[in-house]
Structures are given as structure tokens and as C-alpha cells.
Design a binder for this molecule. Structure first.
Ligand SMILES: [Ca+2]
Ligand SMILES: [Ca+2]
Length: 316
């Protein structure tokens, strides 16, 4: 048991107010940088897209490609959406952090002790220290948080950022979120280069990936006793409550067996067995958002296409 700290994530009722999370998401500043280590589980089934329309704005590519037109690369808005893929009575997620960076922002290494910031994320869903570390490690990076409260199975949340696809400062993506309920389970990529979103020409390489139950991490900072009083989203009443583990970050491997009074014995989480075959935790998508003027271009392109189609149809 450690002393409670402010910025908590937990209640006796299993409900958390939006205010607690919006506060957590706000902080930046501090310092943190660690070595790079690649783990196969960091990659979590990326869906790679072949380069599309070189020298074209990714914001309007799908529609312009259909119309046979292209625009020069430019900065624009991108929406990052997180869907909780857990089944009913499965795991929830704390608000999901996502950051775009230069490729060497290292959140953690499997087999090494968690940073203080990762511990706060994994035990309480507190993103303030992690965002501070990110700001220090990637001063020209861009980040945001999806969701303001626990994200239920089936729910989708998102945030929007402005990115320059040609910038080396925001070419790579990292993410992190706590699995709830749990002592210190989380999802995230320890390999900073696991998710390259743009190539050197600004083409979008990655638009979506899934996170499976088999790739859930244990921060190694808190014993997995799953006692309600120690477990966020069950009965934990204050942050940083639990039995210190003193371990290393590693794959979680699943909750305690049913019948032991743990998470899976709670009716609300009877289907939260992350170790079950095929269990999916989340899907994360990164989608360009057309600007209003681009919709006008797209609309014009559609009219041109329609006119060409009519001309061809009338000749037939
Ligand atoms: Ca643990
Ligand atoms: Ca705890």
C-alpha cells in the first residue's frame, strides 16, 4: 500500500467522473527518454497501406483518387479513433493517449522496470506524467487523448490533431491506455518505431491496427491480487493503492482464474478474459479529415466525373 496521490482514477462504485480524466489529460512538461527495444508484441497486427497518389494531400486522397485527381502534400487534420473491441462484460479502457513523434519516443521496454510515468498510467490511468515525458522527449511532437471517461466495450472515442505528413517530427505514432479493471495492466507500444504513419514523401503508410488480448502488458509495478480495494474500477478508492510488485514490464498473460475472487468473478466483467483465444482489446484508426475547401474540390471533382460519365454514356 502506498500513499494516495491526487489525479486518481478509481471509485468504489466503478464509475469515474469525466472531470477526473480531463484533468489527467492536460499536463505537459518534465523529462524522460530511454533506449529503443523492439518487441514483436508491440506491433499488434498493423494494417499497412501501399503508397497512394504521390505528392497528394492525404486529407482528400480517397475521394480524389476515385476522381482521378491529386493535390500537393499539405498539413491537415487527422482523426485518431479508438474502438473498444472487447465483448459485452469485457474490459474497459481508460482514456487512450496517442502521440505522433520522430520515432524515438520510448514509453517502456519489455524486461525493464516501468518509468514512474508508465506506472501512473498502468495503475491509475493517469496520463499527466506520460504526457509530460512525451513533451520533453518530442518537443515538436503532437499528441492527444481519446475519451474523457472509462471506454466501455463497443464504444468509440476519438481526437483530432493537425499533422504535416512531410514532417520528420510527427512521422511515428505511439499509444497507451490502462486496461480496467486491473491492478497494472495496460496497452501500448514499447517499440517507438512500430507504427510509422507516413513515408518520406508524406504518403500515409498506416491507417489502422488492432490490439489483441495477447498483447496486453503488465507494468510489473503492482501485484495482480485483483482484490477490489486494490483494483482500479472495482473498489479502489484512491490512486496508487495496491501491493508493490517491484517487477519488470512484461506480457500480462491474463486475469486470475474464476473462483479466486478476482476480476473474472465479477458479473460485470465475466467476459473479460483477455487470455481467451481471439480476444480483441481495441482498434485504432488514423484517418485524414477533409477541410471544408477540400470538400468543395471533391464536389467539383465529382461533378467533372459525372459530366465525363454522361458524355461517354451519350456516345454509347
Ligand atoms: Ca502487476
Ligand atoms: Ca491498484
Amino acid at each position: 500500500m502506498r500513499a494516495p496521490r491526487a489525479g486518481a482514477y478509481s471509485t468504489k462504485t466503478g464509475k469515474v467522473s469525466a472531470g477526473q480524466f480531463s484533468g489527467m489529460a492536460a499536463g505537459r512538461g518534465g523529462s524522460h527518454r530511454r533506449s529503443v527495444m523492439v518487441a514483436a508484441h508491440d506491433i499488434c497486427k498493423p494494417v499497412m497501406h501501399s503508397p497512394i497518389l504521390r505528392s497528394s494531400s492525404p486529407r482528400v486522397l480517397p475521394l480524389l483518387a476515385a476522381a482521378g485527381l491529386s493535390l500537393p502534400a499539405a498539413a491537415g487534420s487527422f482523426q485518431i479513433t479508438v474502438q473498444n473491441l472487447a465483448p459485452a462484460n469485457g474490459t474497459y479502457l481508460t482514456p487512450v493517449w496517442g502521440g505522433f513523434h520522430h520515432g524515438s519516443v520510448d514509453l517502456f521496454d519489455s524486461g525493464s522496470a516501468a518509468s514512474p510515468a508508465l506506472e501512473r498510467l498502468a495503475e491509475d490511468g493517469n496520463l499527466v506524467p506520460l504526457r509530460a515525458d512525451f513533451a520533453a522527449a518530442a518537443p515538436a511532437g503532437v499528441d492527444g487523448v481519446a475519451g474523457m471517461a472509462p471506454i466501455a466495450p463497443g464504444a468509440s472515442v476519438s481526437f483530432t490533431v493537425t499533422l504535416d505528413p512531410l514532417s520528420a517530427d510527427t512521422r511515428f505514432f505511439s499509444y497507451a491506455s490502462m486496461i480496467i479493471p486491473s491492478n497494472d495492466a495496460f496497452i501500448g507500444n514499447g517499440n517507438p518505431a512500430a507504427f510509422q504513419v507516413f513515408d518520406l514523401s508524406g504518403n500515409q503508410l498506416l491507417s489502422s491496427f488492432m490490439v489483441s488480448g495477447a498483447s496486453v502488458w503488465d507494468a510489473g509495478t503492482e501485484m495482480n491480487d485483483e482484490l477490489p480495494a486494490n483494483t482500479a474500477f472495482l473498489g479502489q478508492a484512491a490512486p496508487d493503492t495496491g501491493v508493490a510488485q517491484g517487477g519488470l514490464v512484461g506480457l500480462h498473460g491474463g486475469f486470475n482464474m474464476p473462483g479466486t475472487g478476482g476480476i473474472l468473478d465479477n458479473a460485470m466483467f465475466s467476459a473479460a478474459n483477455i487470455a481467451a483465444g481471439g480476444y480483441q482489446v481495441a482498434q485504432i484508426t488514423i484517418t485524414p479529415v477533409p477541410e471544408p475547401e477540400e470538400w468543395a474540390v471533391v464536389g467539383a471533382a465529382g461533378l467533372i466525373g459525372f459530366a465525363l460519365w454522361r458524355r461517354r454514356a451519350s456516345r454509347a
